[in-house]
Design a protein around this ligand. Structure first.
Ligand SMILES: Cc1cc2nc3c(=O)[nH]c(=O)nc-3n(C[C@H](O)[C@H](O)[C@H](O)COP(=O)(O)OP(=O)(O)OC[C@H]3O[C@@H](n4cnc5c(N)ncnc54)[C@H](O)[C@@H]3O)c2cc1C
Length: 403
């Protein structure tokens, strides 16, 4: 067994690497294990919220992120039935509460690679990949994990604490016996990308949501591999449509045509199931959960990965205090209270509300909700509240207040 007096992290996705970087920067040895040979480059989170950029300042990550990403202060909400722009929200109004009153549009794997480059510069940060965590356990003095290397060799590592950042299907969460309460939406989402500049063509901002009772669409721009820009569109698939049909050229062309009136070249497509779930507990003794291992949500609003970053930094700060002698039980219990409650009250509630607004079927309810959104946008106080919530600035403030 490799003897260690540090922290073990199962999962080197965005949250695991960020948490590891934060700990290593504070002199705590971390060993991260990831079963994938490299960060997946398929289409996942693409939005870095102002609250995240503020937290990243401390780690020196914001500079490279600003260099590689697209800055977007606005997002637009349209009604695809009437073709109106219902509301255009301005993150610029966050300038009194955030150093970054805009989002950055950047593909998830690029954010991970920037974080990883910073982490690899620290001698206290070690990432083993591709190495799969097979089992975790704990005793009164520490936590252990059995990992399997590519050649089949199984090795055991030991640390003082273990963090499960191993995503939605977390084996760490299952091992500590935590429930994963919530539900799975019946429809799947198909994320499709095109290099055709839909913004220039159709007057979109870099982030947009177009509501429709049957066929809504969300659109955003990311830099793409050449930095010139790719438009990512999310189309919901009906339950009766087969996977094969939804991934076909014909289905995608039909969605572009009816939603946007164009049939652009398509360069990527990626269909997935969407869940709303929160772990019953984020902590069991010396084993703690963060990121998608603790909570998953639909992508409308770009909140999942960003809230995971908040988990990682909240937890890392507590572990640093524990290293200095603070009461571990008190701090880790507070972590559970802070992050579980806010995951439910902010990310779950807002992402569900966003999806329901996009897809509302009852014409009268739909009209009322879109009118409410318009009025929120027109009222300076409500506008600020709305963008504080959407940007997760309010979530961070609330989480920090919870004792
Ligand atoms: C297909 C897909 C599409 C998505 N699309 C969007 C989107 O459009 N917008 C949006 O906002 N969010 C999206 N998300 C969510 C977003 O990607 C997550 O919120 C974010 O990745 C969470 O980061 P994480 O580090 O907590 O977990 P993950 O990114 O899931 O990272 C977990 C890591 O753990 C590793 N791992 C898992 N099990 C083990 C094990 N046993 N041993 C070792 N390593 C292990 C994995 O290889 C992975 O690298 C999407 C997620 C998926 C899966």
């Amino acid at each position: 067994m490799a003897k260690q007096d540090g922290i073990l992290i199962a999962g080197g996705g965005p949250v695991g690497v960020l948490t590891g970087l934060y700990l290593a920067r504070h002199g705590i040895p971390v060993t991260v294990f990831d079963k994938a040979p490299k960060p997946p480059e398929d289409h996942r989170a693409a939005t870095l919220q102002p609250s995240t950029l503020d937290l990243f300042d401390e780690l020196g990550l914001t500079g490279p992120i600003l260099e590689q990403g697209f800055k977007s202060p606005h997002f637009q909400w349209r009604d695809r039935v009437t073709h109106e722009i219902v509301a255009e929200f301005d993150y610029g109004r966050l300038s009194s509460v955030s150093n970054h009153p805009y989002v950055i549009q950047l593909e998830q794997h690029k954010t991970v690679n920037i974080t990883l480059a910073a982490a690899n510069a620290h001698p206290d940060f070690v990432l083993h990949r591709p190495v799969e965590v097979l089992a975790v356990r704990q005793d009164a003095d520490g936590a252990e994990c059995d990992v399997q290397h590519e050649d089949g060799r199984v090795e055991t590592f030991r640390g003082r604490y273990l963090i499960g950042c191993d995503g939605g299907r977390s084996i760490v969460r299952k091992t500590i016996g935590s429930s994963f309460d919530g539900f799975t939406w019946p429809e799947r989402f198909n994320i499709v990308s095109t290099p055709v500049d839909l913004g220039a063509l159709l007057g979109f901002r870099l982030r947009n949501y177009c509501s429709h009772p049957e066929r809504w669409v969300s659109l955003m721009k990311v830099p793409g591999e050449d930095g010139k820009g790719l438009w990512r569109c999310v189309f919901p698939a009906k339950t009766e449509e087969s996977d094969e049909e939804v991934m076909s050229d014909g289905w995608i062309a039909a969605r572009f045509e009816e939603c946007l009136g164009v049939t652009p070249e398509v360069v990527h497509r990626n269909m997935y199931n969407v869940h709303q779930r929160v772990a019953g507990s984020f902590r069991n003794g010396r084993i703690v959960l963060a990121g998608d291992a603790a909570h998953v949500n639909n992508p409308i609003g770009g909140m999942g990965m960003n809230s995971g970053f908040q988990d990682g930094i909240t937890l890392a700060r507590k572990l640093i205090d524990i290293w200095k002698g603070a009461d571990a039980d008190a701090l880790l219990d507070r972590y559970d209270r802070q992050r579980r409650l806010t995951a439910i009250e902010y990310v779950q509630a807002q992402s569900i509300a966003n999806k329901r607004l996009l897809e509302e079927k009852d014409p009268e309810v739909r009209r009322q909700r879109l009118d409410d959104l318009r009025r929120t946008c027109e009222d300076p106080v409500k506008h600020l509240e709305f963008v504080k919530r959407g940007s997760l600035v309010a979530m961070w403030e609330k989480s920090e207040q919870i004792e």
